[in-house]
Design a protein around this ligand. Structure first.
Ligand SMILES: [Zn+2]
Length: 187
């Protein structure tokens, strides 16, 4: 858990949709309880095994995807059940590990009641970006855009970059919302 990033968001009152993977949930149960209880955050489904969603094993970034419709179902549903029991309501949003999907896998997520989500701006390049790069990425995000960044890589440039961008974006009138509050369509 990148506690510094969490402090930036809570300190500045920046809402966020937090996509949590089941393995991370299992490893960080206390943190997840705290995040679930914070009205600033909306918890969403980032998969059970953090795999690209496919029905034939198609890979992304060298990570092999789910190999069948059944595995695609498991990738959504195991974490769906975990998040439902933690938050008391089913997650609305799904983003697969790597954010890659094939056409059938997106239909699988929809059939299970979750909206597959992409993104418009890669905020931290997998937590490899410097704080200056993170700031620049966020400053360049389009109005209404979805920025992704990582909360599971403490020590990256993400927290400092987000902090700098939030201050500057707020000063220029930009506001931040969760996907749910942003009026994203429900499946
Ligand atoms: Zn991920």
């Amino acid at each position: 858990m990148d506690d510094e990033l969490l402090e930036v968001l809570t300190g500045a009152g920046v809402p966020a949709t937090l996509f949590l993977n089941l393995r991370w949930i299992t490893a960080n149960p206390r943190v997840v309880e705290r995040l679930a209880a914070d009205p600033l955050f909306e918890l969403a489904n980032h998969g059970s095994r953090h795999l690209p969603m496919s029905v034939d094993g198609r890979s992304a970034y060298g990570i092999g995807g789910t190999r069948s419709a059944a595995e695609a179902v498991d990738e959504v549903w195991e974490n769906h059940e975990a998040l439902t029991s933690i938050t008391g309501s089913p997650p609305r949003w799904f983003r697969s590990g790597t954010a890659h999907y094939d056409e059938v896998a997106t239909k699988v997520a929809v059939a299970l009641g979750e909206q597959p989500v992409g993104f418009t701006t890669n905020g931290d390049f997998g937590a490899t970006a410097s704080s200056d790069q993170v700031r620049a990425q966020l400053m360049a995000a389009p109005a209404g855009g979805i920025v992704i960044a990582h909360m599971n890589q403490p020590g990256s440039g993400t927290a400092a970059g987000v902090a700098a961008a939030v201050t500057d974006l707020r000063a220029s009138g930009v506001d931040f919302v969760t996907l749910g509050a942003g009026g994203g369509t429900r499946v």
